[in-house]
Design a protein around this ligand. Structure first.
Ligand code: MSP
Length: 653
């Protein structure tokens, strides 16, 4: 029988920085959907990749002192880069596209020309509001409080010669697509698109730029580079060989499903189908706009130092625990508030207490009472049917939710069975049956029913936590044929004399306090790393008149003695030769930076006509001069020491 084909994509990520938990969320969700379709027997093509052109990348590379390509290669393919992250997270993508790949570059040039030749791209002058970080032009009416509606940052007036795509021409067809079909999901996103973009009127879209170089050149007008969206959106097609012969699969897999975050739904549900209409290609089956992971209700940002690092979490809790948390906790389609507490709570409640316990109790009792292998006789009881009925209905319920992209609800269904199975243990009290010689067959029946429930759950959990489910299958003695989609819909697939192996604990409980402290320390370190390397105080705006300045008497002073001050961990007491013949005493709060002996004999600078001031009971006559700045947020101080050939008392002027 020929398999159904299923094509699914993540957005292509900007490799301008390391990816964070939000990007990971999107990719894990798409991976779970791809794995679900493979489980069902579909011929799946799962694509992810990177969006490598544009001004932001060009700027970032410059900042790093690298060429754009060097910069990108490191972030994408380098150690700890994007490819490594997906490998770590057990992402099962079949292909990875980089928009700098040759085949994509030449295909985009052909696509651009095709739209130009058919009259959908024309040359004009662009005057508009431009958001540099988002690389987006906006119309006045789209701005929110005069700022970019996506990121909230200020926009600038921009004007340049540019090519335009006749988006306005497709307005009616797009409106129909959004309103009358299930193309865009979830449905709530449709109203957003209609009200915010279609109703105010679709304007033609700027699709080329002349103000930066890092892009695909328009081959018939090389002053222009193709501006982000034609380049980025068509990745989904070129990766399958559209307009190139270096990749294949377009005929077989197109059209597919694009999973995207909410802020790029506009591009995917309006611009993308219009461009496909222009080149005469079928539009995606669905675009699904998921929500965002936020922190304390707000966006994660490097400058706030609250970007959550998936590497650190996966290392602390395990890849599957992290994958599970992301998919179990946040309704796919809505925003979700990320917190460490929630992460630990989900691991402890669902994975350790519910799933982990069910597996370990069942396998350990099978080992304890039957040496690991069940006898084949059975003795049914009325209690069994509720568990079996729920288990048999699970696949259908799960499928309904997965088909509607309601991955969190699919997991809910699985957990209903897990919870029911745990309750079944309490009801059937296998430990009591174990003590009674005459109840051995009943005990075997109870354990078999539990193993079957676990098998069905593990099969349906496998798209979300593949490695852990592999281990569960090993533990419960499930052969390959017992792990299939078909088998998940059937009761009684495990052999009657199944052999189990308890083995190691799958999901150890997390010590909440310890883990939170560890995470906090990590976040502190991260915040610190986000601080500027060197910070100096801004120059004073207020001026000082020359006369006043001249009144300050700065002198070279020789440090005759330097000692700590009793009961003060801040002060050093200096005995100074200021050239007057009388020792001068100055106290200075620089104990944290110097050992007293270090400074004896050195030549420093002091202002000597400040009125004396008592500190810790000692009068200080003047002030030693230091230079101060901050390094990664930490105060640094350098006492100004000058050449020892300068005599004591020399005036600074
Ligand atoms: N390059 C474009 C997409 C082009 S697709 C043809 C882009 N890149 S991105 O790196 O900024 O974002 C990629 C995806 O990550 C988006 O779908 C975005 O919604 C998602 N996320 C980024 N931060 C996120 C969260 N905090 N939470 C969930 N997803 C978020 O846009």
């Amino acid at each position: 029988m020929e398999k159904n084909t299923f094509y699914i994509t993540t957005p292509i990520y900007y490799p301008s920085d390391k990816l964070h938990i939000g990007h990971t969320y999107c990719t894990v969700a798409t991976d779970s959907l791809a794995r679900y379709h493979r489980l069902k027997g579909d011929d799946v093509m799962f694509l992810t990749g990177t969006d490598e052109h544009g001004q932001k990348i060009e700027n970032k590379a410059k900042e790093a002192g690298k060429t754009p390509k060097e910069f990108l290669d490191n972030i994408v393919e380098g150690e700890g880069g994007i490819l490594d992250l997906w490998k770590l997270m057990n992402i099962s993508n079949d292909r990875f596209i980089r928009t700098t790949d040759d085949y994509h570059v030449s295909a985009v040039q052909k696509i651009f020309r095709k739209m130009y030749d058919n009259g959908d791209i024309y040359k004009g002058a662009y005057k508009g509001k431009y958001c540099t970080p988002c690389e987006s032009f906006w119309t006045e009416s789209q701005l929110k409080d005069g700022c970019c509606p996506d990121c909230g940052r200020p926009v600038v007036d921009a004007e340049e010669e540019a090519y335009f795509f006749r988006l306005s021409k497709y307005a009616d067809r797009i409106q129909h697509l959004l309103e009358d079909t299930d193309f865009l999901q979830p449905r709530s996103r449709v109203n957003e698109m209609i009200n915010n973009f279609i109703k105010p009127g679709l304007e033609d879209l700027c699709v080329s730029r002349t103000s930066f170089d890092w892009g695909i050149p328009v081959d018939f007008d090389p002053d222009h580079v193709v501006y982000v969206w034609v380049d980025a959106l068509f990745n989904y097609a070129t990766a399958l060989g559209y307009m190139n012969d270096q990749r294949d699969g377009y005929k077989k897999y197109w059209p597919g499903i694009n999973i995207v975050g909410k802020e790029i739904v506009r591009f995917h549900s309006i611009i993308w189908p219009a461009m496909l209409m222009s080149v005469g290609e079928p539009i995606p089956k669905h675009v699904y706009g998921h929500g965002w992971l936020v922190i304390d209700g707000g966006k994660m940002s490097k400058s706030k130092g609250n970007v959550v690092d998936p590497y650190a979490l996966a290392e602390m809790f395990g890849v599957d625990a992290l994958r599970f948390f992301l998919m179990r906790t946040f309704p796919f389609g809505s925003d979700g508030n990320f917190s460490n507490e929630l992460l630990i709570q989900t691991i402890n409640t669902d994975l350790a207490n519910k799933l982990g316990n069910l597996v370990s109790r069942t396998t350990s009792m099978t080992e304890k009472y039957f040496g690991g292998t069940l006898p084949t006789q059975r003795e049914e009881d009325a209690l069994d049917s509720e568990l079996k009925d729920l288990a048999c209905a699970l696949q259908g319920r799960y499928e309904t939710q997965m088909e509607a992209f309601q991955t969190h609800l699919a997991l809910d269904e699985v957990f209903k069975l897990i919870e029911r199975a745990n309750k079944y243990i309490d009801e059937t009290t296998p430990w009591a049956l174990g003590k009674d010689e005459t109840k051995q067959i009943r005990l075997a029946t109870v354990l078999y029913n539990l193993l079957e429930s676990i098998r069905i759950c593990a099969t349906l959990l496998a798209p979300f936590i593949p490695d852990s489910c592999e281990k569960i299958f090993e533990k419960i003695g499930a052969c390959e044929a017992c792990r299939t989609w078909e088998a998940a819909g059937q009761w009684g697939c495990l052999p009657a004399d199944v052999t189990v192996a308890k083995g190691e604990n799958l999901f150890p409980r997390v010590d909440t306090e310890k883990a939170l402290a560890q995470l906090e320390a990590l976040q502190e370190a991260q915040k610190k790393a986000a601080l500027p390397a060197i910070e100096v105080e801004p120059l004073m705006e207020e001026s000082v008149d020359f006369e006043t300045f001249l009144k300050s008497d700065f002198r070279a002073v020789k440090i005759k003695n330097c000692e700590t001050v009793k009961k003060s961990d801040k002060l050093l007491k200096f005995t100074l030769d200021d050239g007057s013949g009388t020792d001068r005493i100055i106290l200075s709060g620089i104990r944290a930076y110097y050992e007293p002996e270090q400074l004896i004999g050195k030549t420093a600078i002091a202002i000597v006509n400040l009125p004396p001031r008592k500190m810790m009971g000692v009068p200080s006559c003047g002030m030693l001069i230091s230079a101060v700045h901050k390094e990664k947020g930490e105060e640094k101080l350098h006492l100004m020491l000058i050449d020892d050939s300068v005599p004591a008392g020399a005036k600074l002027c």
